[in-house]
Design a protein around this ligand. Sequence first.
Ligand code: NCD
Ligand code: ZN
Length: 346
Amino acid sequence: MLNELSILRPDDWHVHLREGALLPITVPASARYFNRCVVMPNLQQPLTTAKQIANYAKEIRQHIPQGSKFQPLLTMYLTDTSEVAELEEALKLDDFFGVKCYPCGVTTNSKAGVRDLNNCNAILEKMQQAGVPLLVHGESSETKDDVFDREKIFINDSLVKVRQQFPELKITLEHISSKEAAAYVRDSGPHMAATITPQHLWFNRNDLLGDNLKPHLYCKPILKREEDRQALCSLVKEGFPRVFLGSDSAPHRRQDKENSCGCAGVFSAPYLLEIITQIFDELGALDKLNDFVAVNGANFYGYPLTSDKITLKRQAIEIPDNVGQQHNEQLVPLGGGTSINWSVDE
Ligand code: NCD
Ligand code: ZN
């Protein structure tokens, strides 16, 4: 049995750091073990301009602990009226990463999102030409569509078309959750990748709904059947090179989760690396961990690999049920109130 494991310092290619009072909690949580994080732009006032992105980056950097080499990578929020000139401004910023597409209404702070991707052709053309990745929340936003089918509907109705129109555009289907998405990414060419979250590898919809309702496992895309979870696990176990960690860590305050109208999002950042290691251990895939968390994403996006290493130990830890105490907040992390078998050697 393997009791110790050394890997490259990991990257998280999809994280919500939020704003204001949550930044002193979220930024140190991600900076603790991560090398780079791609930071999502769905703030209350979405980040649609280069100026807003630059201001947000400044705010985030104020919370990076001293001595940390943590690098937040910034994204722009796509709308039907996004302009090429604005993207060109954003491309001048340090650490600008890519453009995020939320179909209008599909998730938290997505009201300003895209209604019709055809309105975005000019900017997608520019992105293809400049090598800027399109990060997609791949769910249909039609409220009539069954919530468990929205991912496959988006792939069939929208993603297929975008890929035909922009075959060289780098696209990441974020937080894949279904066997259809797993198959789609597996069968597509070198410009199409996917991120996977810990919760979609760890749990299925029975865990969310089968016994009592677990609001802290409620996220978009919603957890699906066991066969869907298995399809994601298979990609990971075989070491498929175009899937990588994008935690989609998305904190909402406890009262907004444990609520008659609860928010979608799982706050996974605080014990993310320990949990991912536990999941890979349970899958018998510890030999694939390093590539999933530290290599595949960098290779897909054309970023250098880090030389920093980090050591994981088979040593149990208790995950607290609230990680916001010091800041007078109530934030329940993924795995809160349970114990897991791996810890990071600090
Ligand atoms: C995210 C959030 O709260 O910002 N929520 C979620 O359930 N994943 C948004 C998103 O990525 O869908
Ligand atoms: Zn997200």
